[in-house]
Design a protein around this ligand. Sequence first.
Ligand code: PLP
Length: 385
Amino acid sequence: MDSVYLDHAATTPVDPAVRAAMEPHLGPLFGNASEPHARGREARAALEAARAVVAEVFGASPRQVVFTSGGTEADNQAVFGLASAAPGEHVRVVAGAVEHPAVREPVRMLERRGAEVVWAPVDGDGTIDVTRFAGLVREGDRLAAVMAANNVTGVVQPLEEVAEAARRSGVPLHVDAVQAAASLPLRFSHMGAETMAISAHKLYGPKGVGCLLARDPERVPPLLLGGGQERGRRSGTENVAGAVGFAAAASLLTGSGDRRAELRDRLERRLPPGVRAVSAGAQRLPGHSLLHVAGIRAELLVLALDREGFAVSAGSACAAGESEPSHVLTAQGMPAADARCVIRVSIGRHTTAAEVDRFADALARCAGALAAGALAAPAAAGGVR
Ligand code: PLP
């Protein structure tokens, strides 16, 4: 029986139409987009056409699109760029407590370099507390960072209110939209954000490409210095095939959850005893279901399910077999012991009802066997992307 992929929040397969669009740029159209000759101009035209599509899909203007190597780079550039300061200057940053490490780690680096960092709390479902956020951002802050939707829980943040609070204090807002972009209609120009990060591989595009949308790219200093590509915002020979694939994937987005929400609800209606959906009361991404499986370590369950042909991820980061509870779950008040017992199921465009039903059966079997001690402990599982 074919294996069933239910880890679309980690990455998605490249859509055949995306691969077809990229192919010429991995073959005959190989030019360097910065060269003035015909091959270069051909590549440049493809890159600029891709930029126009990405801008159009996400409600930005082409000059606001800075292509990057993906979400991590875009997040890092936004954080380090917006918070850059002269030596000795006081820097204060407010960031959501449940941000992805691609935002959290650069913010922590700023803190180690002397910045004052305030983590904005979330409620028991993982939704940012807008009133407290509004009380925390202050005039003069260099940056506020709040993600559009969470990679662990799938919880969608109230961005309009967040942006309004940041705007009232005149604080530039960075939005990590890496998880949200595959499911929610995102209009950068209406969002009130200074910058927004998107990654192609979460939306049926290739890995290793994404973009930073910046209201005014001049305000976001580059992370990478070199040949001055991307109007000086991101040096490095342009990844034309990647940008073309990103644009092709973006143009396939419908801005809706298609059947994913329906399938997610179907799964959650079929959960075996002892399994519950986390953050089920919050607004969530349509295909996202984080499941707490009472008393069963996530890394064991992930590997047991893998042996049955189902790919899901653990909601905890695992190093050397010892799982660390996710900061996302502890921030929303889940005890560490429970946070080690969650798996993330993420449904994709092509997931079927039959696959969801088979998964629910396998989950019951594997959880039951682990609870009875019938399955041996395997080596290790990865963390949550
Ligand atoms: N931000 C979020 C919310 C993510 O889920 C991820 C990837 O898992 C990233 C950033 C990093 O994106 P990339 O894999 O393109 O570097």
